[in-house]
Design a protein around this ligand. Structure first.
Ligand code: DLZ
Length: 163
């Protein structure tokens, strides 16, 4: 079996079949906004590169990563989006906040996707240091926002193949 790419940021853009009618929501956390801005830009650029129309990308901000699941749920409830990309950055601090937030966000995002039966993508960095976050927001480990966009489109392509 050939080795699979581990870093989807290096993914060669593919022909996304229904690009001009696909609507994607992006929810961005304001905590660590230098990082989340960079993840957002990566996600948006990648969607455009795959043919998603700018007017079909809906962007909303939430105060912190903890609010991402509800932000995604509201988008799916109130607007006709096909998938939602959740962007956040949680950095380990001195208290146990990190563990509670990271786990709650991961579970919450998974639950929203299953509830709506639509791709709700976890583009949330959970890092020990700011340097690790920078490495994954356009640095030496790519941009996890790009990976989030590619994951959303790959899931939609899979869904179209099943329907
Ligand atoms: C409170 C908090 C802390 C300590 N750290 C982060 C973080 O590293 N990344 C992040 O996205 N949000 C953090 N927050 C804010 C919470 O996500 C949330 O917004 C607040 O607890 C209010 O519910």
């Amino acid at each position: 079996m050939t080795e699979k790419k581990k870093n989807l940021s290096e993914f060669t853009p593919f022909e996304f079949s229904s690009a001009n009618k696909t609507r994607i929501g992006i929810v961005v956390s304001e905590w660590n906004d230098r990082i989340t801005d960079s993840l957002f830009k990566g996600a948006e650029e990648s969607l455009l590169e795959h043919g998603i129309l700018k007017e079909n990308i809906l962007v909303k901000h939430v105060p912190g990563s903890f609010e991402l699941p509800l932000g995604a749920q509201w988008m799916l409830d109130k607007t006709p989006v096909d998938a939602v990309i959740c962007i956040g950055c949680v950095i380990q601090g001195e208290t146990r906040h990190f563990d509670f937030i990271s786990q709650a966000v991961a579970d919450g995002i998974m639950n929203v996707g299953l509830k709506f039966s639509k791709p709700v993508i976890f583009s949330v960095l959970t890092c020990n240091t700011m340097e690790q976050a920078e490495d994954r927001a356009g640095g030496k480990h790519g941009n996890k926002g790009v990976e989030g966009a590619v994951s959303a489109l790959k899931m939609l392509e899979l869904l179209h193949g099943i329907e």
